[in-house]
Design a protein around this ligand. Structure first.
Ligand code: DC
Length: 227
């Protein structure tokens, strides 16, 4: 049996999807697309234009007019990919606390999702892709050849976020990070359009207590054809 050509990895915020997805893509020599970065880029564009994150009509129009490109890293500064918004590099800017705060609101607008999903499907048609998000296995690519649902407890995800921030010299109380994760989980799972949930045919990989290397091995094990 051949390796699956389209691999969907979904899961909640902070489960390690981006890290694991990038490593899987690298290992297999596949294209990697972190779809969360696209919603973050739309949120940043909205913030720059001071569009209210509750103004669905303006957000949808914006999503249809901005140009978001995600490609290989253009600088070796720890990034897994480069995100361009209308041609300018926003790779780090889309990771700010302010974008964390508004992105779930932007991502729940169906007009925004329609614009992003169309681009994601066009990319997947090129084949050999690892696509990471919340609704890849359920909505974007329901026929993906392999679906993984990567998850971890909220406590574990808050601990990882604390470590990640500390490694960049930022200190935040664990309780605040946990509250933010719980809020985003709620917004992502309870929204009407394409809520976060595991596809019926996804392999669930629980990563509590696993190192990145161990989680990667589990995911690769789930992806590899058995015979
Ligand atoms: O994975 P992330 O934290 O970068 O995602 C940012 C936001 O975008 C998060 O609130 C969930 C949303 N998102 C989504 O709704 N659908 C996707 N396919 C990917 C992300």
């Amino acid at each position: 049996m051949a390796m699956p050509r389209t691999i969907a990895i979904d899961g909640p915020a902070g489960a390690g999807k981006s890290t694991i997805g990038a490593l899987v893509a690298e290992r297999l020599g596949y294209l990697y697309l972190d779809t969360g970065a696209m919603y973050r880029a739309v949120a940043l564009a909205a913030q720059r234009k001071t569009i209210d994150p509750d103004d669905a009509a303006r957000l949808a129009a914006l999503a249809g007019s901005v140009r978001i490109t995600i490609g290989p890293p253009t600088t070796q500064d720890g990034r897994a990919y480069t995100v361009l918004l209308d041609g300018s590099d926003v790779t780090w800017e889309i990771r700010s606390a302010e974008i964390d705060r508004i992105v779930s609101q932007v991502a729940r607008v169906s007009g925004v999702r329609d614009a992003m999903v169309a681009q994601q499907r066009a990319l997947a048609r090129k084949g050999r892709v690892v696509m990471v998000g919340r609704d890849i296995g359920t909505v974007v690519l329901p026929n993906a050849e392999k679906k993984i649902f990567l998850t971890a407890s909220a406590g574990e995800r808050a601990r990882r976020r604390e470590e990640e921030l500390a490694s960049r010299g930022e200190r935040r109380p664990r309780q605040d990070l946990l509250n933010e994760i719980l809020r985003r989980d709620r917004l992502d799972t309870e929204r009407e359009v394409s809520p976060l949930k595991a596809a019926d045919d996804a392999v669930v990989v629980q990563t509590d207590g696993l190192s990145v290397k161990e989680a990667l091995e589990r995911v690769l094990g789930a992806i590899s054809p058995r015979s």
